[in-house]
Design a protein around this ligand. Structure first.
Ligand code: GLA
Ligand code: ZN
Length: 669
């Protein structure tokens, strides 16, 4: 058990001479670095030929870490193949969406169905575990790196057919029914007729345009499971030598290709790499943090990577301004991180990431702004100590995040290709967070009983007993909100043979017979909310609900755009169109108010709040000022700032610096 938040990052000293390691460690000590992720890309070093393993350099890296009192998150290094492997077993090279068999190159380049890859990657994991299971520096296992990518080779086609046979109980009739294959004369009569969906088969205009959603959805699920199979095989190899050390792999937050909810039960703890899109509002990485925290039922996760300064892989790579790294790090902690690690500790001298930010740059200086900020933050984490470790978020609001709905929404023709799942979810999440509500981001299978408010925007597919569980939330007095393009399909994206929104209709008390879609420049006024709507306009008929807001123009002017339905002790809210942020804010605040979930600082737009409850029961409130201006608050309760030791009495002024942070331990609540 650590006494503080783990601090460090990816460290690849095999790339530079050993004299430099002394300097590395000297600087690590200055910056409070205690954790190093090692070996992520070292396969060609540790296995220079099929029958030769060589761990001398890795031994020295781990021994040195142990001597210095640092711990290691040890990677199995199977994300980038050594050249000899690809040459000897060309099957490991992926076949892409266009059907091209790749040759050796890059990383994340292995076919998940390749027997050679399975054999050699698990052998490597086993060798490493055998050698280092009892090493004093070993803290955690890091399998592979950022799993992703799809293969369409013959082996994957065969594996897909086997996967389908298992899914459909060996029944082609069940598969034909699920994929609705009588459409366009596709009834399969033999499993071998089934082809992976790509540019040579069912797709046109790229991966999102498919003739058969059921087939493409199943290929996404198969790919998720195939890569998960690679992870599990390595984990099993590790477990044969090391029964205890926790195992993870670094995820990528809101990453569409893999359904991380299918992976979650197999991780000992969740970890992820945060590289928010350019100009993303702070609620964007916050949503990803909460999604990652939700993978393990709210247990703390690791921030496995973030840049201390700048990325390199984008066309334009802005620098983190003074204070931004600190703010982003405390934001991760506020949302549940127990570790804050960087990519990378020292910059690579060559190849495509040589300009990627690093704690230590090419010149090896410790008097740079970035090093100073990293070191100061290291000092603050030392001060914070164990206060936040193992803390939980006591959220009463849930946001349902469903990869199947994401996929189905974005691979369907009509009504609009411009509706993006993440953007709609983010708008609702942002509204709740900026109103001061803590939010758990949960899978559609989650236990919904702890929540007063369940937000389920663009819940395109409604599966299993979800509709019943949502009804139960409302029946006992909670509020459920869903939106346009929800309740449209079952697990195979077949339409329900009932009124839209399908199984959600009784809870929502509405019926939708038709929908309009317009270019993004067109804005439909929604006067009651002082807002505008775009993209999709469902035309709602009330069947029990009441109108909260209406469309302001066109032949459906005056008909409901937002509705509320009394259901049991609670309510079902339906938002029939893509409201702008102002409209979403207004609707979500009306919902939150009913449950007394508006936070004490909701009127300060730049100030993010997040609550965590530590294992000893103490309640922590993070205040994060995302604004470049100071924030002047009035303390809503008496509290002590764990970073400064200063106490503020209830009703006293509480000022946050520009980009400032306070971690308050509340006296009463
Ligand atoms: C990812 C990878 C790292 C590195 C960084 C650069 O997160 O895991 O190996 O490539 O991106 O941003
Ligand atoms: Zn393949």
């Amino acid at each position: 058990m650590s006494r503080k938040i783990r601090y460090g990052g990816d460290y690849n000293p095999e790339q530079w001479p050993e004299e430099v390691w002394d300097e590395d460690h000297r600087l690590f000590t200055r910056a409070g670095i205690d954790t190093l992720t090692v070996g992520v890309f070292s396969w060609s070093l540790t296995q220079p030929a099929e029958d030769t393993y060589d761990f001398t350099v890795l031994d020295r890296i781990l021994d040195r870490a142990a001597t210095e009192g640092r711990q290691v998150c040890l990677a199995t290094g199977t994300a980038a193949l050594p050249p000899w492997l690809a040459r000897k077993y060309p099957e490991v090279n992926r076949t892409d969406f266009e059907g091209r068999r790749h040759r050796y190159g890059q990383r994340h380049n292995f076919c998940p169905s390749s027997p050679a890859y399975h054999r050699l990657s698990t052998a490597m994991a086993a060798k490493l575990a055998e050698r280092y299971a009892h090493h004093p520096a070993l803290l955690a296992w890091h399998i592979n790196n950022e799993y992703g990518g799809v293969c369409y080779c013959e082996r994957c086609a065969q594996a897909f057919r086997d996967w389908l046979r298992a899914q459909y109980g060996d029944s082609l009739d069940a598969l034909n029914d699920a994929w609705w294959t009588t459409f366009w004369s596709h009834r399969y009569t033999d499993w071998t007729e089934i082809e992976p969906p790509n540019a040579l088969t069912e797709h046109w205009r790229g991966p999102d345009h498919t003739a058969f959603q059921g087939l493409t959805l199943d290929y996404f699920r198969f790919t998720t499971d195939a890569l998960l199979g690679c992870f599990l095989a390595e984990k099993e190899a590790i477990r044969s030598h090391d029964p205890d050390t926790p195992v993870t792999t670094n995820f990528m937050g809101m990453f569409r290709p893999l359904d991380y909810h299918r992976w979650a039960p197999h991780l000992d703890f969740a970890s992820w790499d945060s590289y928010p899109p350019l100009d993303a509002p702070p609620t964007w990485p916050a949503l990803a943090h909460d999604l990652m925290r939700g993978l393990k039922d709210g247990a703390p996760f690791w921030l496995m990577e973030q840049t201390p300064s700048t990325t390199a892989c984008r066309d334009v790579n802005p620098l983190r301004r003074p204070g931004e790294l600190r703010l982003a790090t405390f934001q991760a902690i506020a949302h549940g991180a127990d570790a804050a690690l960087y990519f990378q500790m020292r910059a690579s001298r060559g190849a495509c990431e040589k300009y990627h930010g690093a704690v230590i740059g090419h010149a090896g200086r410790d008097d740079t702004r970035v090093f100073r900020e990293v070191a100061e933050l290291g000092g603050e984490l030392e001060t914070l100590g164990a206060a936040t470790l193992g803390a939980r978020t006591p959220a009463r609001t849930a946001l349902v995040f469903d990869w199947d709905s994401w996929w189905a929404l974005e691979i369907s023709d009509g009504p609009s290709r411009l509706v993006k799942y993440q953007e709609v979810l983010h708008a609702y999440y942002r509204a709740a967070r900026e109103a001061g509500a803590d939010v758990d981001v949960v899978p559609q299978t989650a236990d919904l009983t702890p929540y007063d408010v369940v937000l389920a925007p663009v819940l395109h597919l409604v599966k299993g007993d979800l509709a019943t569980r949502l009804e139960a939330v409302a029946a006992r007095g909670g509020t459920v909100l869903t939106t346009f393009l929800s309740g449209r399909g079952d697990e195979h994206d077949r339409a329900f043979l009932t009124d839209v929104p399908g199984p959600l209709a009784p809870l929502m008390g509405v019926r939708v017979d038709e929908w309009d879609s317009r270019q993004p420049e067109f804005a439909q006024p929604v006067p009651e909310l002082g807002a505008q709507a775009r993209l999709v306009f469902e035309i709602v008929q009330l069947s029990g609900a009441e109108a909260v807001a209406t469309y302001g123009s066109d032949f459906y002017a005056g008909t409901p755009a937002v509705t509320r339905n009394a259901f049991g002790e609670g309510e079902g809210w339906y938002v029939a169109t893509a409201l702008d942020q102002r409209g979403v804010d207004e609707v979500v605040r009306r919902v939150l108010v009913r449950h007394d979930l508006i936070g004490p600082y909701a009127e300060h737009p730049g100030v993010e709040t997040a609550t965590r409850v530590a294992p000893d029961g103490s309640r922590l409130l993070f205040l994060l000022n995302h604004s470049p201006e100071p924030a002047h608050l009035i303390a809503h309760t008496t509290a002590m700032d764990l970073l400064t030791g200063e106490r503020t009495e209830k009703g006293e002024p509480l000022t946050l610096d520009p980009l400032g942070v306070a971690v308050l331990r509340l006296s009463r609540w």
